[in-house]
Design a protein around this ligand. Structure first.
Ligand code: K7E
Ligand code: CUA
Length: 645
């Protein structure tokens, strides 16, 4: 990308490694220590293609083959890992506050974090003296698709804690939209439409709430409603919602753009745990996208909080939904990359239930019964939570209580279910450490599943790492699945709590190295600068607002190792907005702006602009400095603000 900006040479090139790496990459498999997977014989000389390639070692200076997008759980962030090395490459602040980048402090990030909130939430937060929530709980990162393949545009993620979803731009690896889902409570399951492209983000409201939730009722379960939402991925507005019976857990979409499945617990529709788990069966809900879209188009909806809502509850017997019975409290919901099946994971039952998407046409047409859509039900172990795939017909299910990944074969499971008791679909059970939640394999959430690597995201690490006190890291284990046998190759400690992760081939992701100075992210700043008669990146000036004389805007730019303005003066009580443009256009040359003692800190990437607003209430000389190491004279990159009494 640097070539685009004219300097043509990156730091890697200067270090002399860039070209060599490219050459080795081109001869994939020749260099023994490069992890290439795919059953390639490694330098260690393991005999036969049946042996796993087993080499997760990516030596210094060499690049990984995959990006991993990791949920950061209740840290509220998303992390980017390189695989197979499992090196953490980047953290993307999403719902959290982040000190290094100033996420949640800058005006640009505050706008992103607050503009998609509902009016009720904005009002509530305002009363607390806040503009947005300070935390989130991320579970399910998913990359956007075109025709069932990753297209590298966006990664979406849910926030269970505050009923939001967010969109991350993969070109700059920054969050650009946050949306609160109305009429819902705690967004858990999140998956994307796969075909023809990601038009919708499908969001499950996990907790059922009374609708309207007006404080008049707590104990009447009949008033409680579950809600399934479809958000337009481009506009990040709710397109429509469906009322459902039961608590929605996870979901997944098919590869034909017709149906979405969601696992559901609490089909009993109770409000206490005893009521919720009373019945031995629950259900999975199947949504008929075309029927819902037609009703919305025809206006056959209720409008609640400005959103068109249809009634897909069991008793409504609509064409919007079907309820397929499964064992009590199912959890994971995973579509196979061949586009044929969806696996509903038992959790409280030792089995998973496999539904064939194609049978849903007949189910919705009333030609077959719900149970006729089930084509397999293999028994795998205690606590099956999530299933992933290798693209060769094998499935890998995380089994929580047994702490295992269980490899099983889909064709054999179907054969067994159809009555052939002689087949055993289970191929291998591999111990993992410990209590695995999600598991995901390379490219497995797309039609290009390549069956090389699998991660087991274990909830407990216990004795696997040096003791760091009562709070332990999680353990994300890397498993080689390229051969006939699964092989555990790496333990990866992570901070709370990667529920889920996706592994995306590097060819799908093409981030820029330097910002486009006219990126929409900076549009507000350009507009304000224009009103002030200045140009970003050129101006070093203090401008007092003509209408509100308390408001001061300070424009400056940075070029290593200096700010264009080394001092400026404001008056006590001024509301100061500092706008910094980084005019350096060199790869990896990020500056920062930190004002000592003012809760002011922001990252300013190459060719980016950023702004932050604070009250100048501390009389005297106040230093500001660049907190991002940028030059031999980085320490000297500073200036003074004088606040006059
Ligand atoms: Cu199983 Cu939230 Cu996907 Cu945790 S969820 S493990
Ligand atoms: Cu600029 Cu450090």
């Amino acid at each position: 990308m640097s070539e685009k900006h004219g300097q043509g040479v990156t730091r890697r090139d200067l270090l002399g490694t860039g070209i060599k790496v490219a050459t080795i990459g081109g001869l994939a498999g020749v260099a023994g220590r490069v992890a290439v997977g795919g059953g390639v014989v490694t330098a260690a000389g393991l005999p036969g293609a049946a042996q796993a390639s087993g080499n997760a070692d990516v030596p210094p200076g060499q690049l990984d083959e995959y990006y991993g997008f990791w949920s950061g759980g209740h840290s509220g962030e998303v992390r980017v890992l390189g695989l197979p090395s499992m090196r953490e490459l980047m953290r993307i602040p999403v719902f959290n506050r982040e000190s290094a980048s100033g996420w949640g402090l800058t005006n640009e990030s505050k706008k992103i974090l607050s503009e998609g909130l509902t009016p009720e939430t904005k009002e509530y937060l305002k009363k607390q003296g806040m503009v947005t929530f300070d935390h989130g709980d991320t579970h399910h990162p998913r990359m956007s698709y075109t025709d069932g393949a990753y297209d590298g545009r966006y990664v979406f993620i849910n926030d269970k804690a505050n009923t939001r979803i967010a969109r991350i731009r993969c070109d700059i690896m920054k969050t650009d939209k946050v949306l609160e889902i109305p009429n819902a409570h705690a967004i858990h399951g999140l998956r994307l439409q796969r075909f023809p492209k990601t038009g919708y983000v499908f969001c499950n409201s996990e907790m059922r709430i009374p609708l309207p939730n007006d404080g008049t009722n707590m104990n009447d379960p009949k008033k409680y409603v579950g809600m399934f939402s479809a958000v337009d991925a481009d506009t990040m507005k709710v397109a429509w919602q469906v009322m459902v019976s039961g608590n929605l857990d996870n979901n997944d979409s098919d590869y034909h753009g017709k149906y979405v499945a969601a696992t559901c617990y609490n089909s009993e529709e109770g409000v206490t745990t005893a009521e919720m788990t009373g019945s031995p069966t629950d259900h999975a809900v199947f949504f008929n996208i075309k029927e819902i879209e037609a009703a919305v188009k025809a206006g056959k909806v209720k409008t609640i909080s400005g959103v068109p809502v249809v009634d897909g509850r069991k008793e409504a017997k609509s064409q919007f939904t079907r309820y397929i019975p499964v064992a009590n409290s199912p959890h994971g919901c995973n579509a196979t990359p061949d586009g044929k099946y969806v696996v509903l994971n038992g959790k409280l039952s030792p089995t998973v239930t496999v539904v064939e998407w194609a049978k849903l046409d007949d189910l919705f047409a009333g030609k077959i019964a719900e149970k006729d859509c089930i084509v397999a039900n293999p028994e795998l172990g205690l606590g099956p939570l999530h299933t992933t795939f290798d693209g060769r017909g094998n499935c890998y299910t995380s089994v929580f209580l047994d702490s295992q990944i269980v490899k099983w074969n889909m064709a054999d499971a179907i054969k067994q279910y159809s009555g052939d008791k002689s087949v055993n679909p289970v191929r291998q059970k591999l111990d993992v450490h410990y209590q695995v939640g999600h598991t995901n394999a390379s490219m497995a959430e797309s039609k290009e599943a390549d069956g090389k690597w699998l991660v087991a995201l274990c909830k407990f690490s216990k004795d696997r790492f040096l003791n760091v006190g009562p709070l332990k890291p999680e353990n994300d284990q890397l498993i080689d699945i390229s051969g006939d046998e699964m092989k555990l190759v790496h333990d990866g400690p992570t901070f709370a709590e990667p529920h889920d992760a996706i592994i995306v081939h590097k060819s799908k992701v093409n981030p820029v190295e330097i910002y486009n100075p006219n990126d929409p992210l900076f549009a507000d700043l350009h507009a304000q600068a224009k009103k002030d008669g200045v140009e970003l990146g050129k101006a070093s000036v203090v401008i007092r607002d003509k209408k509100d004389s308390k408001k001061v805007r300070v424009y400056m730019f940075s070029q290593a190792p200096a700010f264009s303005m080394t001092d400026f003066t404001v008056k006590k009580g001024d509301e100061v907005t500092v706008i910094v443009t980084n005019i350096d256009d060199i790869v990896d040359l990020t500056h920062g702006f930190t004002m000592v003692g003012h809760n002011v800190c922001m990252e300013v990437g190459p060719q980016a602009s950023a702004s932050i607003t604070f009250k100048a209430d501390r009389v005297g000389v106040q230093y500001y400095y660049c907190q991002w190491f940028c030059h031999a004279l980085h320490m000297e990159m500073q200036g003074r603000m004088l606040v006059e009494a």
